[in-house]
Design a binder for this molecule. Structure first.
Ligand code: ATP
Ligand code: ZN
Length: 300
């Protein structure tokens, strides 16, 4: 059995919005884990890969400090940590690998309904409550605005009602929490989603090989998310038109159909959503016996 140092450690959020998606993604890459309710550690049963379950705020630092080899968390946390490290004169020792297409949100500025806002100048000398002090400071600096940053670690949206702030800078997805607190969004500082980051420390051949394999599988899982396998029958003369209607498909496989002169079977992987309208258009172009199947795995 490999030593602990040779096992890949991935930091994921212990309990929150990103937890289920992160673990589901890794399981789709073939990782089997034992998960005990209170444990901070998930042991990978079939691969030398273990998960460390932590607060999302700690993930970039754990990867930068080389305690974990990889981590999954929001771009918002990654950028906040990067700026915090930069402010203390350190370069972040992690690299962004890719976006994972979940945990979508934005870091936005909001003020009480009716607040005057016609650009960053409206923030001059105002009090802005946030837990993202570094991202906010950076935004103010880029816009040459001097304002007071009031740090709050949670429930930032109630600070204007408490008379503690004039604006808030917080994460928003639907905007319903802001609306429930009588706030309106006035500007976006950062569009965010969950990403996977990797340490910049050299891993050694065996571990790097495993990380590369995992990333290749992740890429495959992400690619097939929207993908469908389409099968249909079509007259040969309509092939060009049919091919043009297949959303995001590369060259399809075309097979002759037994017992017919001009009809063929067309099989293709479509990398974009296949809508009912697409199928109706294909039918109108002469296709029949249309079948749309989910794609489970893909290895380019
Ligand atoms: P922890 O205990 O791990 O610190 P938390 O309360 O900071 O948890 P969650 O609310 O679970 O974190 O959010 C985790 C991440 O989910 C955020 O950092 C962000 O990337 C993403 N996210 C997506 N939508 C939202 C939203 N509407 N509000 C907050 N975070 C969101
Ligand atoms: Zn957090």
């Amino acid at each position: 059995m490999e030593s602990q140092a040779q096992r890949v450690k991935i930091a994921v959020q212990k309990s929150g919005r990103l937890t289920e998606h992160s673990i589901d993604l890794l399981q789709r890459c073939g990782l089997k884990i034992t998960r005990s309710k209170d444990s901070l550690f998930c042991y990978g049963e079939n691969m030398p890969v273990d998960l460390l379950l932590v607060r999302d705020d700690d993930i970039p630092q754990l990867v930068a400090d080389d305690i974990c080899d990889m981590g999954i968390c929001g771009l918002n946390i990654v950028e906040e940590t990067r700026l915090k490290l930069a402010a203390s004169g350190t370069n972040a020792l992690f690299k962004q690998v890719f976006e994972l297409d979940f945990g979508h949100c934005r870091l936005a500025l909001a003020g009480p309904k009716g607040t005057h806002f016609d650009g960053p100048d409206s923030l001059k000398n105002k009090r802005i409550a946030t837990s993202y002090t570094n991202l906010l400071r950076n935004y103010l600096k880029l816009n040459s605005i001097s304002a007071e940053i009031v740090y709050f670690s949670g429930a930032v949206e109630i600070t204007p009602q408490l008379g503690k702030a004039d604006f808030v800078c917080d994460l928003v997805s639907t905007g319903s929490t802001l609306a429930a607190n009588g706030l309106v969004e006035v500007a976006t500082l950062l569009e965010s989603e969950a990403i996977i980051i990797q340490t910049q420390a050299p891993l050694g051949d065996a571990k790097q090989g495993l990380v590369d394999r995992l990333l290749q599988r992740l890429d495959g899982v992400l690619q097939v998310r929207e993908s469908k396998y389409i099968m249909l029958h079509a007259p040969r003369h309509a092939l060009l038109e049919i091919q043009a209607l297949l959303p995001g498909a590369e060259a399809p496989t075309v097979l002759p159909l037994e017992g017919t002169d001009d009809r063929v079977a067309v099989h293709a992987v479509c990398r974009e959503t296949v809508f009912w309208e697409t199928l109706e258009n294909l039918k109108a172009a002469g296709a029949s016996s249309l079948l749309v199947l989910p794609v489970e795995k893909m290895l380019a």
